[in-house]
Design a protein around this ligand. Structure first.
Ligand SMILES: Cc1cc2nc3c(=O)[nH]c(=O)nc-3n(C[C@H](O)[C@H](O)[C@H](O)COP(=O)(O)OP(=O)(O)OC[C@H]3O[C@@H](n4cnc5c(N)ncnc54)[C@H](O)[C@@H]3O)c2cc1C
Length: 390
C-alpha cells in the first residue's frame, strides 16, 4: 500500500465533513476524507431542508439538537463562518390529541436546557398572521432554532479540516473496506488501496453496501423524500420561521425572498428505493398534494408558483436513529450513517462526541446506545409519536 493514514473518513456530506474536522481538532495526525462526488455536500446533504430545531421526543435527540443549535450559533468563533445559519426560531403546530404528550416533551426539553414555550392562543393572530388557526391544539415556539445553508455548513467544516492539515480527495470512490479478520485495515479506492488505523463509514445511504460487502450487517433502507419550492405572490404575510404542522403533516421554511420550501411530514407513504437508481425529480401528485395541505394552514400561499422540486434520500434504520460508533468484535471501524430526516442538524454534535469516542475510547452512556450493537442487544430506541418523528 502506498499511503498510510491514521483515520480515513468516507463521505463528504455533513457527517463526514464534521467528524473529519473534529478528529483533526483532537490532534489526530493523518486524516483523509474521500468522496466520489466533485464537491462538498454533493448528495443528500446538499438537498437538505436544513431546519435546525429541537422538538424531539427522545431525550438523546433533544440533547444533541440543543448542542447542535449552540454549535451553529458558535460557528463563526469555531470556523470563522456562519454556515448560512439563520436563527429565526421554529414553530411546531400540534393537534389537540397531542397536547398532553407535547407538555411532557417540552418539560423534557427544558430539563436539557432548551428554551421552548407554548404560545398563548390570544397571540396567534398578531404573531402568526399567515396562519389559519382552525384545528390547532397548541403552538410551541423555540426561539433559538432556525435553519442553515447545508452546503455552506459542510464547506465550513471541510475548510476547517483542511486548514488543520487534513487531506481531502473528491471524485474518488471507495470501492470496498479492506479487512484482515476482525480488523478493518483500510480502503480500496478507485486508484488503489490505502491503509489506515481506522475507517469511519459516513457514506449516507451507501454505507450499507460498503459495510455489507465487507461482511458487516447494516440494516438500513433508502427512502425517497420530496420537496418543492414555491414563489409566493408579493406582499403576502408569510412565516419567517420554519414551521412544522403535525395536523396536516407538512413543513415549510423560507429559502429566499418570496420563496418557501414545502415538504410532507410523517405519517405519509414512504417509498423504499435503490439508492443507485431512483427518480430524482418529484412526483406531480406529491407536489400538488403537499401544496394543497399547506394551503389550508397558510392561506396566503394562494396563487404561488412552483419554481423547483426534487427528490433525495433518507437513510433509515429500524428505529429511525443513526448508527454511530464502534461495534463489538470489529476493530478499526466506526459507523456514522442512518440519520433519516434529522442528521443535518445533529451531525456536528454527533461528530464531536464520535471523535472523542474514536480518540479517547470514551462516550457518554446515552450516546453509546447509538452503536449498531443495539440491534443485537435488542436495545432499539422507542419514541412517543412513531415513525420519522423521533
Ligand atoms: C429532502 C431532505 C430534507 C431534509 N431535511 C432535513 C432538515 O430539515 N433537518 C435535518 O436536520 N435533516 C434533514 N434531512 C436529513 C439530513 O439532510 C441528512 O441526515 C444528512 O444530510 C445526511 O448527511 P450524511 O453526510 O450522513 O450523508 P450524505 O449527505 O448522503 O453524504 C454521503 C456522502 O458519501 C458519499 N459516498 C457514498 N458512497 C461513497 C463511496 N463508495 N465512496 C466515496 N464516497 C461515497 C456521497 O457522495 C455523499 O457525498 C433531510 C434530508 C433530505 C433528503
Amino acid at each position: 500500500m502506498s499511503t498510510n493514514y491514521d483515520i480515513i473518513v468516507i463521505g463528504a456530506g455533513i457527517s463526514g465533513a464534521s467528524v473529519a474536522y473534529f478528529l483533526k481538532k483532537k490532534g489526530v495526525g493523518k486524516v483523509l476524507m474521500v468522496d466520489r462526488g466533485a464537491t462538498p455536500a454533493s448528495s443528500n446533504t446538499g438537498k437538505s431542508c436544513a431546519i435546525v430545531r429541537t422538538f424531539y421526543t427522545l431525550p438523546l435527540m433533544a440533547r444533541l439538537a440543543k448542542t447542535a443549535v449552540d454549535m451553529f450559533v458558535a460557528l463563526p468563533d469555531e470556523l470563522g463562518q456562519t454556515g448560512g445559519f439563520h436563527q429565526t426560531g421554529f414553530v411546531q403546530l400540534v393537534p389537540s390529541d397531542w397536547v398532553e404528550t407535547t407538555k411532557e416533551i417540552t418539560n423534557m426539553q427544558t430539563s436539557v436546557g432548551i428554551e421552548t414555550k407554548f404560545v398563548d392562543p390570544a397571540q396567534y393572530e398578531q404573531r402568526f398572521p399567515w396562519m389559519n388557526p382552525d384545528g390547532i391544539g397548541a403552538v410551541v415556539y423555540e426561539p433559538q432554532s432556525g435553519w442553515a445553508d447545508p452546503v455552506q455548513t459542510t464547506e465550513a467544516y471541510i475548510e476547517g479540516f483542511q486548514a488543520a492539515g487534513g487531506d481531502v480527495r473528491f471524485r474518488m470512490p471507495c470501492r470496498q473496506l479492506l479487512r484482515d479478520g476482525d480488523r478493518v485495515t483500510g480502503v480500496e479506492l478507485e486508484d488503489g488501496p490505502v491503509s489506515a488505523g481506522a475507517v469511519i463509514n459516513a457514506s449516507g445511504p451507501w454505507a450499507k453496501y460498503l459495510a455489507e460487502f465487507s461482511g458487516m450487517e447494516l440494516p438500513m433502507t433508502s427512502m425517497r423524500e420530496q420537496n418543492a419550492v414555491w414563489e409566493v405572490r408579493p406582499d403576502r404575510p408569510m412565516p419567517t420561521t420554519p414551521f412544522s404542522s403535525a395536523i396536516e403533516a407538512v413543513y415549510m421554511r423560507e429559502v429566499a425572498e418570496r420563496r418557501w420550501l414545502i415538504g410532507r411530514g410523517f405519517p405519509k407513504k414512504y417509498y423504499e428505493v435503490d439508492p443507485n437508481n431512483f427518480k430524482e425529480s418529484a412526483d406531480n401528485d406529491y407536489v400538488i398534494g403537499s401544496y394543497d395541505r399547506m394551503l389550508t394552514r397558510v392561506p396566503p400561499l394562494q396563487g404561488a408558483t412552483m419554481v423547483d422540486s426534487y427528490a433525495a434520500l433518507y437513510d433509515v434504520t429500524p428505529d429511525w436513529m443513526p448508527f454511530v460508533g464502534p461495534r463489538a468484535g470489529i476493530e478499526g471501524y466506526y459507523d456514522f450513517s442512518g440519520g433519516g430526516g434529522h442528521m443535518f442538524k445533529t451531525a456536528p454534535a454527533i461528530a464531536r462526541e464520535l471523535a472523542d469516542w474514536v480518540v479517547d475510547g470514551e462516550a457518554a452512556d446515552d450516546f453509546r446506545q447509538l452503536s449498531h450493537d443495539r440491534v443485537a442487544a435488542d436495545n432499539l430506541f422507542h419514541q412517543s409519536f412513531g415513525g420519522n418523528r423521533v
